[in-house]
Design a protein around this ligand. Structure first.
Ligand code: SAH
Ligand code: DHB
Ligand code: MG
Length: 219
């Protein structure tokens, strides 16, 4: 099977399951129309995030890396009307497009988009915690710090999900000039030895090629 077959199967699943509604589609298209990278989670991945939120009855969700708010909309729908999502985004332009997408989807009232480098803003979030679920999906170079912050801002039972842990296999032998793959490798090594984390690393194929995510629970 080729990468385009993976994408076709993903489209079939999304068609059969009616996974992507008009507001999610519009959010994806608005990001692309604004010239932003089209690296949002796939429709099935967004749904899986939402199902994890629902399965764990998470009410307070933290996201690192908003982009156009595609994953944010899925998380915000899943927390319900009395839940909240705090999402951190470095690029003001991305945050602006995301806010419009969240408005259109009718979930802006339960989402706060905080603009700036995540490592600058994470220390300000202690009063909003503990977060029940944290989705890490920003600059991969800082993943070790992001997981450490997720633990600090979480509590026993908090779920941590990290996107993009495979990157077409580059994580296997991170090249010297590939700090992203190196950082993902180091993050997994850290998660594997952390006394408070219980972690799985899952490979995926689909609309986003060969990639994967880590899922952990804080003990
Ligand atoms: N979660 C989104 C995709 C996020 S893409 C979705 O699935 O829909 C990664 C985002 O992280 C980009 O918008 C990028 O601007 C942002 N980012 C990069 N470095 C960052 C940093 N240091 N702090 C916060 N956000 C950052
Ligand atoms: C990239 C980032 C992502 O978060 C993603 O899901 C896919 C690709 C990237 O920076 O290339
Ligand atoms: Mg990602």
């Amino acid at each position: 099977m080729t990468e385009s077959d993976w994408a076709s199967v993903d489209r079939l699943f999304t068609d059969l399951l009616h996974t992507e509604d008009d507001d999610l589609r519009a959010a994806r298209e608005a990001g692309a129309a604004a010239g932003m990278p089209t690296i949002e989670v796939s429709p099935q991945q967004a749904k899986l995030l939402a199902l994890w939120v629902r399965a764990t009855k998470a009410r307070r969700v933290l996201e690192i890396g908003t982009l156009a708010g595609y994953s944010t909309i899925a998380l915000a729908r899943a927390v319900g009307a009395d839940g909240s999502v705090t999402t951190l985004e470095y690029q003001p332009k991305h945050a602006e497009v995301a806010r419009a997408n969240l408005e259109r989807a009718g979930v802006a009232d339960r989402v706060e988009v905080i603009v700036g480098a995540a490592l600058d803003n994470l220390p300000t979030l202690t009063d909003r915690g503990p977060f029940d679920l944290v989705f890490i999906d920003a600059d991969k170079e800082n993943n070790v710090s992001y997981v450490e912050w997720a633990i600090r801002l979480g509590a026993p039972g908090t779920v941590i999900i990290v996107d993009n842990i495979v990157r077409s296999g580059r994580v296997l032998h991170p090249a010297d000039g590939d700090p992203q793959a190196r950082a993902v490798h180091d993050m997994l090594a850290m998660m594997g030895t952390h006394p408070r984390l219980d972690t799985a690393a899952i490979q995926t194929v689909g609309a986003k090629g060969w990639d994967g995510f880590a899922v952990a629970i804080i003990d």
